[in-house]
Design a protein around this ligand. Structure first.
Ligand SMILES: Cc1cc2nc3c(=O)[nH]c(=O)nc-3n(C[C@H](O)[C@H](O)[C@H](O)COP(=O)(O)OP(=O)(O)OC[C@H]3O[C@@H](n4cnc5c(N)ncnc54)[C@H](O)[C@@H]3O)c2cc1C
Length: 225
């Protein structure tokens, strides 16, 4: 079977991998000229279905709990399994209780336990929630490596493709992200900063709850976040 996957974001290239390993002849058509510049390129890389369940439907948790295993099997060594730490400033402690009541898979941690998990946060937060089953990866690194692996498996990539002119496929899979937003998908706005802080080391994603401006920080190599 010849399959056309439209879009080379994380949805497209993971679908391409699953199809190719099941014996399909896969072509990925990406309208831009490079891998990146899409939502996947700007993602934090948190594999955090328990935290996401705070505002997402149950299937996000049911399907997402296998995500870390999937990436570990496909790209060994790229997933960090250190959980997620969720904290709030003392004045926003109610946010922690609200978050805890809407999620599962966590345990409450006090100030000492926060400091043991993340020594550089010692003395800053009195309470938190720890989600030990969660993980994270570097999306840009993971996408680049998965692209290379797919190319080695014989998956064809057509960058800068006008997919309206591509024919001869038995199936087409639409993974065009925001371009395909309809009643079943909704776009969520987020902004990303890359910080280099040589004096700070974090081992896992840290989410700071705030009534209006929720923030999270995801550690990368070389003291970048
Ligand atoms: C700032 C930010 C942080 C995030 N952090 C996280 C996180 O930590 N963890 C998490 O799980 N999720 C996170 N997300 C969400 C996650 O990034 C998205 O859910 C995911 O990347 C969507 O992937 P996608 O492949 O569907 O879309 P995209 O990555 O947008 O890929 C769609 C691709 O389709 C291409 N395309 C569009 N039209 C066509 C066409 N006609 N023909 C061919 N190609 C086309 C686009 O150019 C693009 O490359 C974050 C999102 C943002 C914005």
């Amino acid at each position: 079977m010849r399959v056309l996957v439209k879009g080379a974001g994380v949805a497209g290239i993971t679908a391409a991998f699953e199809l190719a390993t099941r014996g399909a002849t896969v072509t990925v058509a990406e309208i831009t000229h490079t891998l990146g510049g899409n939502a996947s390129w700007f993602a934090g890389g948190m594999l955090a279905p328990w935290c996401e369940r705070e505002s997402a439907e149950q299937p996000v948790l049911d399907l997402g709990r296998d995500a870390a295993d999937w990436w570990d099997a496909v790209l060994p060594g790229h997933v960090t399994r250190a959980g997620t730490l969720v904290v709030a400033a003392p004045r926003d402690a109610g946010e922690l209780d609200r978050f805890a009541s809407r999620t599962s898979g966590h345990r409450r941690v006090d100030e000492d336990q926060v400091a043991r998990l993340e020594p550089d946060l010692a003395g800053r937060f009195r309470r938190g929630l720890f989600f030990p089953g969660e993980a994270h990866l570097d999306p840009r690194e993971a996408m680049a490596r998965l692209h290379d692996r797919l190319a080695a498996m014989g998956v064809a990539f057509r960058f800068g493709s006008d997919i309206r002119q591509v024919s001869g496929f038995d199936r087409r899979i639409d993974c065009t992200g925001m371009a395909a937003v309809d009643d079943r998908l909704r776009g969520v706005r987020g902004e990303m900063l890359i910080l280099r802080a040589p004096d700070v080391s974090l081992s896992r994603p840290v989410r700071l709850l705030h009534p209006r401006f929720p923030l999270y920080i995801v550690p990368r190599a070389d003291h970048r976040s």
